[in-house]
Design a binder for this molecule. Sequence first.
Ligand code: GLN
Length: 554
Amino acid sequence: MTRYIFVTGGVLSSLGKGLAAASLGALLKARGYKVRLRKFEPYLNVDPGTMNPNQHGEVYVTEDGAETDLDLGHYERFTGETCRASDAITTGQVYSKVIARERRGDYLGATVQVIPHITDTIKDAIVEDIEPDVDFLICEIGGTVGDIESLPFLEAIRQFLNEVGHGQTMIIHLTLVPYIASSEELKTKPTQHSVKELLHVGIQPDILLCRADRPIPEEAKRKLALFCNIRPERVIEALDVDTIYQVPVAYSVTGLDIQVLKHFGLKINPNPDFESWREIVRKIRNPKNAVTIAIVGKYISLKDAYKSLIEALAHAGIANETRVSLKWVDAVTLERVTETGPQQKSTDQVSQIWGDNDGILVPGGYGLRGAFGKMAAIGYAREKKIPFLGICFGMQLSMIEAARNLANLKDASSTEFGPTSTPLVGLLTEWLHKGVVIKRDENDDLGGTMRLGSYACHIEPGTLAHKVYGQTVIYERHRHRYEVNINYRQALENVGFKMTGMSSSGQLPTIAERNDHPWFLTMQFHPELKSRPFEPHPVFKAYIAAALVHQQTK
Ligand code: GLN
């Protein structure tokens, strides 16, 4: 039987609802249950694919190619369960579905309304594509209770609770209990108001998770219990922690998982497997070494824009028992400083910027702005033999850098930046006229649209990529519109840049590496999306190991 847990948020946003949901998932999994997580987003975008990463953070891509909210990354990292397109539902999607049905005449002349048509569609989305053996489905509701946009979701949940019954459903409400310095007190009133908002739409929370920067006194908890109609043991404090991987352990100490199991009348396994979480936290807190990695990007004002990347590097740090410090380098500033512009200059000017980094990383990105700054960084890593990892845009720019500076292809560029005589990177449709026959198979994509989701990559034995993965066929997730043009393979290989991983058709370069460098690996996909604390991604694990070697030999 599947039980449904809805996680709502009150008072203000950014309280860590996604992490709370993911951590509860981790605890229930550690107690032997099968868990799935899903997110409902009140915004009108169909998906976050078109949103600015500086505002909304990273777009997380699922195996099956959905562009989703970054919280799905937390779900995968904390529970190890792979999310699907059906785990990310937005108001935009719900309305699109309803309007399409209306146009088809499916509503048989009825007036189409929020209740019941939108709310029914939301209720269908809650239960869609859930296997019968899933014990818990945790649904996170984006936004904050009281927002106009959240209302249809809350109404759908109210109906769902009523139809499915209290024995199979539960509401967890995450709020803030702020400390007010002038009165030296933690204040419960914002939480009381936020619960009133929920009651106003007919929903009574079962558990209150209260974020606070210091322990909440028993008296304040009793007050919250009294005013919010909740048992005192179900008012649970969620204190700030030093690493996100401490959150599951911290919640287990407060008894969150026990309260959830009691609510559903389930047996409480006396030996849950929380030790692996404690071990991870121990390793994070007691590293044996330290490295610094410079990340050159354009969205560095909001670190959430690189969420999975930051976590993947942290996982690699855990695996290497190394503290990985990140130095953020703004690609646009770098471009200005190095005055590279379309006429790229010497990489020497860049050297002063790098200080003492043990590795340079150019992650995914879009557009011309900052691209030459990134290429200056790539050229520097190449010449100075600094471990280099280029992801997606980072691979494309590495190829352009090598073509321009080593292969004498001065105009080498990406058609993403405008027309070019040397389209080293371009849309598949653009190379067709060059006589490349693209054999489409199930693993390859359509030109002109984004390549999204998991695709196979075939790795050449005996290469760095092969050493890193230990396999010749791998599956990784993509999110890009442009591809490296295989017509330039020979020109690049002549200057030491080998294409060592190819798509199933053999036409789309997917991994490339330098053979004159200790560790220079680039890839068209996003390995960071599949890294998990208990299964650090081989690419990041090997990269941090290489950064350690570099540090010891320099
Ligand atoms: N802008 C490039 C493309 O669309 C790379 C995208 C990315 O790095 N995710 O192909």
